[in-house]
Design a protein around this ligand. Structure first.
Ligand code: HEM
Length: 189
């Protein structure tokens, strides 16, 4: 007789996190992901305030805050999300590249971290300086402002998608044809 419950459990060799430790790491992972989304929402708010505020002093302040304070929390939450995600992948039965939903999130997280470091970070001092100049009475520079719309739009879209992927766990296992048991697996522990 076929043991259908056993068939649902992916075979895994190597150390697994004890249940309490897994809960703790998963909690930190979800908090880090939520904090990262929160920072991105804050970025979007600051960009919108910078673009729409009638008072140049308020717009300048928004750009100064954006250029000075945002990158640190964004990078910390993104790296914490990555580190805890990698730990959950490596030390639970999900594996790091065993299921498409984990592998895709890994690729997205790495790509977003690279974008923060190599696309966003270099321009931040210029944004802060622009904010200072604007508050001091300099004319608006639409070419600086136009580029600021994309980072929060791209990142928030990607993080919303990653959250859905985490919840729905779609696409089954890598390197195998989808089977009902693998596709239906939701929480192997
Ligand atoms: C890109 C940003 C990420 C977001 C927004 C995100 C979000 C989430 C959420 C909301 C959960 C809880 C889902 C549930 O329990 O049903 C979760 C679980 C999980 N995440 Fe992520 N995650 C991200 C990145 C990563 C990365 C990079 C990895 C691995 C390389 C990863 C691996 C995992 C694993 C294995 C679980 C399940 C843990 C378990 O049930 O034991 N995540 N993630």
């Amino acid at each position: 007789m076929v043991d259908t419950q056993a068939a649902k459990k992916p075979v895994r060799h190597g150390p697994l996190l004890p249940p309490r430790a897994r809960q703790l790491v998963l909690t930190v992972h979800v908090i880090a992901a939520g904090a990262w989304i929160g920072v991105d929402v804050m970025v979007a708010v600051l960009v919108v305030v910078g673009m729409t505020a009638a008072d140049p002093a308020a717009a300048g302040l928004a750009y100064q805050a954006l250029g000075t304070y945002v990158l640190g929390p964004m990078l910390v939450s993104a790296l914490l999300c990555l580190a805890t995600g990698v730990a959950l992948g490596m030390f639970t039965r999900w594996g790091l590249v065993r299921y498409w939903w984990v592998a895709v999130k890994l690729a997205m997280n790495l790509a977003l971290c690279a974008a923060i470091l190599f696309a966003l970070r270099p321009g931040m001092p210029e944004v802060a300086a622009y904010g200072q100049a604007l508050a001091g009475g300099a004319p608006p520079a639409p070419e600086v402002v136009a580029q600021l719309v994309y980072p929060p739009a791209v990142s928030l879209t990607a993080l919303a998608l990653a959250t859905w992927i985490a919840v729905a766990k779609p696409w089954g296992r890598l390197g195998r044809r989808r089977r009902p048991d693998a596709a239906g697996l939701r929480n192997p522990g």
